[in-house]
Write a protein that binds this ligand. Structure first.
Ligand SMILES: *[C@@H]1O[C@H](CO)[C@@H](O)[C@H](O)[C@H]1NC(C)=O
Ligand SMILES: *[C@@H]1O[C@H](CO)[C@@H](O)[C@H](O)[C@H]1NC(C)=O
Ligand SMILES: *[C@@H]1O[C@H](CO)[C@@H](O)[C@H](O)[C@H]1NC(C)=O
Ligand SMILES: *[C@@H]1O[C@H](CO)[C@@H](O)[C@H](O)[C@H]1NC(C)=O
Length: 539
């Protein structure tokens, strides 16, 4: 186990202008492609939805003055820990009356995380009261009685720069596909227990643990967690400390237009909808329906959220890309199942603890606001330059070696000195094109990952160019495309104004949406047949 900082001690000082390669003794960066993609996908709904198992942790800041939203059944400001959305439409999903239990019903908390219930999806949009006199958390269930039969949208403004830990991927998605590994297994050390009834572990628990870590292990240097589901959200530990209330407005009562047809007969209601005979959740990839707790009509929500496919926008979040922690930089095998997505459950306790320690060190020694290079824009330069060419080269539209060589030479020509051909030098010039000077002198994981990926592209192009056999030349490029696994290649082209490009975003979407996202009716983006991508819920 090595810490990220120990990975590059051997690099000699490099002169980029001299076109030298990194020292051959430098340790290989095993998952450079995944680190590159984590940087490229960060704070983007699109890439983070496809690469939904994040194993990276970034320091993030949200500047003072940023508007943030909270949806609830309550018309009074939040005091304590709660969830905040970046898009009001996301918060509005939770702006609805809480359905109080009949007298004698099970205690509150039962529906937490039930994706069938919007308030459960976030768990507990109830206010978390500070500890009561007996030292226990006094979840304010009784307060909910007597509330208006209405929902409220709270608009807050960050009173100061918020200091957050960004857990990447779709880390707010309550699934069993690995989206929670980085929190439940790594950050929280397996202490988010499954509920006794077999339901998913509670979001309340994650919020409580995160805020305890913020206070105790992280020296009060973190105000909350930044995560993504259908929209980016913050678990903010102290609303009253960090936010100023701008307004609280009552939302339109949610009727059947917002929540789908009433009655639930089409799926047999709350019980019948859950499972088919074989226990597998089937049917529309749309939000689950049926019963009073049916999922919301996703149209308004998804139109807003998909507007952020390519970035949260407005500099509402800045990440520190010079210093971050990712499981991809450790000497561990993260790909042990067939999904092609990283998991953490098989890591040993000492491996997990080493990463957790590095997260604590990151937080206690760095800030999101310190001067750092924006490696995402540099990664973007690589992707936008090569994405289209590479997909063309493997598209089957090129059908001779001569034609392929001409295309590759077009791409590589800026790096070739025709009076002095030299593969090594040409690959190096090409690979360092977008790198700031001297960036490889440092131990920056981002710098070395971007360099490594760019170098793979450039050297594979040269290798394919030198081949004599057309099929094997194309195969080299196909392998490169597989290795890169850029989400740009799954983007829809030319959706109409009343359509959205649909990819699975928990709990919605089908296997088909994951394999080949396509333009769908924006009024009804997920109302379709097909096997649910997310399968059964986590338990
Ligand atoms: C929040 O709750 C605590 C404990 O109940 C109380 O002392 C404090 O005054 C409250 N703050 C606000 C802003 O209501
Ligand atoms: C993690 O949990 C295990 C028990 O499952 C415990 O022995 C260990 O001390 C915990 N580590 C930390 C850092 O809390
Ligand atoms: C969802 O709501 C939109 C309006 O926001 C409406 O046009 C659409 O028909 C609704 N879809 C369903 C399935 O109810
Ligand atoms: C899109 O869906 C809405 C609501 O279900 C429907 O009224 C409309 O006709 C659909 N549009 C197209 C082009 O299919």
């Amino acid at each position: 186990m090595r810490s990220p900082l120990s990975l590059f001690p051997l690099y000699s000082l490099l002169s980029l202008s001299g076109g030298l390669t990194p020292n051959d003794n430098s340790p290989p960066l095993k998952y450079a492609n995944h680190i590159f993609n984590a940087i490229q996908d960060s704070m983007r709904q699109w890439g983070s939805s496809l690469h939904h198992n994040g194993v990276s942790f970034f320091l993030a800041t949200v500047p003072a003055g940023t508007q943030l939203y909270h949806g609830t059944s309550k018309s009074s400001p939040v005091n304590g820990t709660e969830w905040l959305a970046f898009e009001p439409e996301h918060a509005m999903v939770f702006a609805r009356p809480r359905r109080g239990p009949p007298p004698g019903a099970p205690p509150p908390g039962d529906d937490h995380d039930d994706p069938e219930r919007p308030e459960g999806r976030h768990g507990e949009l109830r206010r978390r009261e500070p500890r009561g006199p007996d030292g226990r958390h006094t979840d304010a269930w009784p307060d909910n009685f007597g509330e208006d039969d209405a929902g409220y949208l709270h608009t807050y403004v960050a009173a100061e720069d918020l200091r957050l830990l960004y857990v990447d991927g779709m880390s707010a998605a309550k699934t069993s596909k690995g989206t929670l590994d980085s929190q439940d297994i790594l950050l929280f050390n397996g202490s988010v227990g499954d509920r006794p009834d077999g339901g998913p572990a509670g979001e309340n628990e994650r919020a409580r643990l995160a805020c305890e870590m913020a206070e105790n292990e992280w020296g009060g240097r973190i105000d909350g967690l930044l995560r993504m589901e259908a929209g980016f959200e913050i678990i903010l530990c102290a609303f009253e400390r960090d936010l100023t209330l701008l307004r609280i407005t009552q939302v339109k009562p949610q009727d059947k237009d917002e929540f789908g047809p009433k009655g639930g007969h089409e799926h047999g209601g709350r019980e019948g909808r859950k499972q088919d005979n074989d226990g597998k959740r089937r049917g529309p990839g749309g939000p689950p329906r049926g019963g009073p707790g049916r999922g919301p009509n996703s149209s308004r929500w998804m139109r807003a959220v998909t507007a952020r496919y390519h970035g949260i926008g407005g500099n509402r979040v800045s990440l520190n890309y010079d210093h971050f922690v990712t499981a991809f930089s450790y000497d561990v095998d993260l790909f042990q199942d067939e999904s092609g997505l990283p998991r953490l459950g098989h890591l040993s306790r000492s491996e997990l603890e080493a990463i957790r320690r590095d997260i604590t060190t990151l937080i206690t020694t760095h800030d999101a606001t310190e001067k750092s290079k924006d490696w995402q824009v540099i990664a973007d330069m690589v992707v936008t330059r090569y994405s289209k060419d590479l997909s063309y080269f493997v598209s089957g539209k090129i059908n001779s070696m001569e034609a392929l060589q001409a295309e590759i030479e077009r791409v590589m020509s800026p790096y070739i000195d025709y009076s002095d051909r030299n593969d090594v030098v040409e690959a190096q010039r090409c690979a360092t094109q977008f790198l700031p000077p001297h960036s490889l002198d440092s131990e920056s994981l981002a710098a070395h990952s971007v360099y490594s990926v760019a170098h793979s592209i450039c050297s594979k192009l040269l290798e394919a160019d030198k081949g004599t056999d057309f099929e094997s030349a194309v195969q080299i490029l196909r392998d490169l495309v597989d290795y890169l696994d850029w989400t740009t290649w799954k983007e829809c082209r030319g959706c109409a104004p009343d359509e959205l490009c649909v990819v699975p975003i928990w709990p919605m979407g089908t296997v088909q949406d994951y394999e080949s996202p396509s333009c769908k009716n924006a009024s009804n983006p997920y109302d379709q047949d097909g096997e649910s991508y997310w399968g059964g819920m986590r338990h």
